[in-house]
Design a protein around this ligand. Structure first.
Ligand SMILES: *[C@@H]1O[C@H](CO)[C@@H](O)[C@H](O)[C@H]1NC(C)=O
Ligand SMILES: *[C@@H]1O[C@H](CO)[C@@H](O)[C@H](O)[C@H]1NC(C)=O
Length: 920
């Protein structure tokens, strides 16, 4: 990664140079020195590129790390300089603005300081530059790592299950039927990478299995699990009802009690993934009751012995996963390597393919990785041979990490420099940590890993990168969004171990985990990730150069004073992620971190943002979701590069309520945020001026606005017409009875809009909505329409999700024949007079999930619900008793719904808990 360090330094050098050229005519000597650094860096960069992927001896490695450290030093010096001259530089420089402020620059001291540092660096450069290895390098041979990033659309894959049909069947047989017997344990054992987790996940996600159970949870245990955390997470998943906020207030003992009482009467399915220690397993199992008949616990473990020693009762099975048979391995490989060829291997590649597969020792993870890598290569034997030779030949085949490492290495080396960085980024997160796509992307951007390309925004390019890593089997998707995009993702454990190995080699991040004692280190820390708050950091000088700081776990030892001390020692930091920190006040130390690009205080108790926020002139992301902030100062508009401003908070209730989300008030002047892409949720109640000002925000992709009056509609429409990139619009009126009027857009509707939420009364559905061909999700709340909205919505060709809450005052909803062809999710809530729902022939042919909530007049099942053959889940909340009775197994209407795997009915109890009846 020396190359990365060098190119990062190079970018900075260029910025500083162009600044010096514009500004500091008198400082020719400084400029000369900086120019010299630039030439040196360019030469080094070229030679590093050449050496990348080549084996080197220890001396060479040592030189390379010297180069890297020097590059880091250069970056530090230049960044220090920038700290003193804020707002003048930016990698996406908006030059007009920069020019405007530039002549206020008076801080010559900083310049002199930099100048002398630069001279010192020049001397060190001269020492390194005499290296033989760097001098003798010819540059004609390019490196193999092309920055080839194709847009690959990833879709959920089934084909990783090859060779597993037998296991799958066995496992399903264990899980389905047999509802009388007691709690059973099923152990699935196999070495790392053998695919046991994929197998269990596949079975676990099958609706035919889930329908057998009242509730289910998937828990990753890992080697350093904390039992109380595990139990809490279990409770959260098992009691999957709409209200979760209470859970936060329970202490550890209460969690145990609640878990027991919740599970006592239920048939549950629990997966404990990746158990390593007997004690972990025991303490978890101890906390669980027997459950009602036929509850199951599936344990996956790499240790066969453990399974034997742990199982005390007679009620257990052990399923041993073996390596893939030759044929199965071949099959999987071909599917991965030749997807466009229908999974068929061309004859001329057979020999080398076979040899490659042999090296994978039947490990599906390895085979999939190497197959995906080859799918991007030219299909000529020499390429195949090259890969084969690079796979290494360790004999140590007992150690799956060793196998995976040598198999993954070529895949990893094949990544472009930026993709490598994106991949290494996962070493920052704790084991089994899943991260949301959008957060990951914003962080990558703040790190500077993403470069604009072909008219795409950085965010779009970053999403391509993520898809690329997924396509190469390096990253897995934990959850898909309803529209087929990645929602959250993570890396599998073995791959994670490999990434951590690489990350250590590259000095990419310093992770402070529980076992670490605070130690000082020789090398410079660029990223610091604190996984466990008990570990102390004593080397305070080391913090000065940290560019990214993450803290993942907060407990009592993390007082806000400790956080502030930590912040005080930072200086050059660009990404600061303090999500969930025990802060009640915005720490003023933050505003001194003037190079910050990414700041998250999400989930803290912070209530105000200081005026001095304006010092953070480079800020791109300000994430204040779920904080107590309800007002922003005018100075927020000084943040010219701000792309994402997120300030809102949900108040969870049992039902969707009009005021269940809170927004933020902003002063007039919002047009100053000219780079903004996401702006949510603005409360315009007091300040109507901003509605018209919004039209200057032409980069907007997501706009959330509340507090709207009927008479504001015209101005809002005029503003929206200017936002040609708008993808999400979320609008709420000032009061439940206040009308939203957005009729003024018929001449120019937001044509690429994908998500639309209208919350407030509507006279009718605005005509332009029917023309939104890209719309995938619409939510109508409190509209109280007199005529059915379905007429207007049924023409939307791509609608996948429709939510209506108190949206209609009629008593009948008719889904007409052959309409809503793409709809997957339908949610009807609080439709007071509704008594009849009719599904005509071939309406909603793809519907997967139907939720009915508190439609109290509805006593009959939707008519022709039997024709919704794809329906997987029917969830009802607080419906009429007669309706619920029709769901019973012995009801005469049961035939209509027999085909639906999951049927759950929830009722709100007087203690505000939801009780469940399972009719599956
Ligand atoms: C919006 O601002 C108004 C007036 O300042 C305030 O009363 C209201 O509670 C705010 N609403 C939300 C949902 O933030
Ligand atoms: C239900 O489906 C059957 C079989 O496809 C079809 O013949 C019938 O017309 C449908 N009924 C309605 C009203 O949707």
């Amino acid at each position: 990664m020396a190359e990365s360090a060098v190119s990062a330094a190079l970018i900075l050098v260029e910025e500083v140079l162009s600044f010096l050229e514009r500004e500091a005519n008198l400082q020719k000597d400084v400029r000369g020195d900086v120019q010299r650094i630039k030439s040196w860096l360019s030469a080094i960069q070229a030679s590093l590129k050449y050496m990348d992927g080549k084996e080197g001896d220890d001396i060479l490695k040592d030189h390379v790390s010297q180069v890297r450290d020097l590059a880091y030093d250069i970056e530090d010096v230049l960044d220090e300089f920038r700290v003193h001259v804020p707002t003048k530089f930016h990698r996406n420089r908006i030059s007009k603005y920069a020019e405007g402020v530039i002549h206020h620059f008076k801080n010559w001291n900083a310049l002199h300081e930099m100048s002398s540092e630069v001279q010192r660096i020049n001397r060190r450069m001269n020492d390194i530059i005499t290296l033989d290895c760097l001098r003798s390098i010819s540059l004609e041979e390019g490196s193999s790592s092309g920055a080839r990033v194709e847009i690959c659309h990833v879709t959920p894959k089934e084909d990783d299950m090859v060779g597993f049909e037998g296991y799958k069947e066995t496992l399903i047989n264990y899980l389905v039927g047999d509802s009388r017997s007691g709690l059973k344990h099923i152990w699935v054992v196999g070495i790392g990478g053998s695919g046991k987790t994929i197998l269990v996940k596949n079975v676990y996600e099958s609706k035919n299995v889930l329908k057998e159970y009242d509730c289910h949870a998937w828990i990753h245990v890992s080697r350093s699990c904390k039992i109380n955390k595990v139990l809490r997470s279990m409770l959260k998943q098992l009691c999957k009802v709409r209200k979760q906020s209470d859970l936060l207030e329970l202490d550890d003992e209460e969690v145990r009690v609640k878990l027991k009482s919740e599970l006592q009467q239920r048939r549950y399915l629990l997966v404990l993934d990746d158990v390593w220690g007997e004690d972990d397993w025991k303490s978890i199992v101890h906390a669980l009751p027997q459950g009602s008949g036929g509850s199951k616990i599936i344990v996956t473990s790499p240790k066969h012995n453990l399974a034997k020693s742990c199982v005390g009762s007679p009620d257990y099975y052990i399923l041993q996963i073996k390596e893939l048979e030759k044929e199965e391995a071949w099959d999987l490989f071909c599917r991965k390597a030749f997807p466009s060829n229908g999974g068929c291997c061309p004859r001329e590649l057979e020999e080398w393919s076979q040899k490659i597969v042999d090296k994978c020792d039947g490990l599906p993870l390895a085979i999939a990785a190497v197959g995906s890598l080859l799918s991007n290569k030219r299909r000529i034997p020499i390429e195949w041979k090259k890969l084969h030779d690079s796979l290494g030949s360790e004999i140590d085949s007992d150690n799956s990490l060793a196998i995976i490492s040598r198999i993954l290495l070529p895949s990893y080396k094949d990544l472009s420099k930026n993709l490598k960085n994106c991949c290494l980024y996962f070493s920052i997160f704790p084991v089994d940590y899943s991260i949301a796509r959008e957060r990951l992307i914003r962080l990558w951007i703040a790190e500077g890993f993403i470069k604009e390309r072909g008219g795409k925004t950085l965010e779009d390019v970053a999403e391509d990168y993520l898809n690329e890593l997924i396509g190469r089997n390096l990253v897995v998707v934990s959850k898909w969004d309803f529209d087929g995009r990645v929602s959250i993702c993570r890396v599998q454990n073995l791959i994670k171990e490999f990434i951590i190995l690489k990350s250590k080699e590259e000095n990419f991040v310093k992770v402070l985990a529980e076992s670490d004692s605070s130690s000082s280190t020789d090398y410079k820390i660029r990223r610091l990730s604190i996984h466990h708050s008990k570990t102390r950091w004593s080397d305070r000088s080391g913090l000065r150069c940290v560019r990214s700081l993450f803290i993942f776990e907060w407990d009592d030892s993390f007082h806000s004073s400790r956080i502030r001390k930590l912040l005080h020692d930072l200086k050059l930091v660009r990404s600061l992620d303090l999500e969930g920190a025990p802060l009640t006040k915005f720490p003023e130390e933050i505003v001194e971190l003037t190079l910050l690009r990414y700041l998250s205080l999400r989930g803290t108790q912070v209530a105000t943002v200081p005026k001095s926020i304006k010092k953070l002139a480079y800020l791109e992301t300000l994430d204040l979701k779920h904080t107590c902030v309800t007002k922003l100062p005018f100075e927020i508009y000084a943040l010219k590069f701000l792309r994402h401003l997120l300030v809102y908070r949900y108040n969870f209730k049992n039902y969707v309520a009009f005021d269940s989300v809170q927004g933020v008030e902003v002063p007039a002047g919002v047009e100053g945020l000219s780079a903004i892409q996401k702006l949510s949720l603005i409360n315009a109640t007091k300040n109507k001026k901003i509605i018209a000002e919004l039209k200057a925000l032409v980069q907007l992709r997501k706009l959330g606005l509340i507090g709207l009056k009927r008479e504001d509609g015209r101005a809002l429409c005029a503003s929206i017409k200017e936002m040609e990139k708008l993808l999400t619009l979320d609008v709420r009126s000032s009061h439940k009875e206040e009308y939203i009027e957005l009729d003024d857009m018929d001449d120019k509707p937001p044509s690429i809009l994908q998500r639309l939420y209208l919350k407030g009364r509507l006279h009718k559905i605005p005509g332009w909505i029917s023309s939104l061909h890209s719309l995938v999700r619409i939510g109508l709340r409190w509209s109280r329409l007199e005529t059915s909205p379905l007429e207007a919505l049924q023409v939307l060709p791509n609608l996948m999700e429709l939510e209506m809450v108190d949206a209609y005052t009629g008593d009948k909803l008719e889904f007409k024949a052959e309409t809503f062809k793409e709809l997957k999710f339908l949610h009807l809530e609080q439709i007071d007079r509704l008594n009849t729902v009719i599904v005509e022939a071939k309406a909603m042919p793809k519907l997967e999930k139907l939720t009915l909530c508190k439609c109290e007049k509805m006593e009959m099942l939707p008519l022709y619900i039997n024709n919704l053959t794809k329906l997987q889940e029917l969830l009802v909340y607080d419906m009429h008793n007669n309706f619920i009775n029709r769901l019973q197994k012995n009801s005469e209407f049961r035939d209509m719904i027999e085909h639906i795997p999951v049927i759950h009915s929830f009722t709100l109890e007087s203690n505000q808990d939801w009780s469940l009846q399972n009719f599956s």
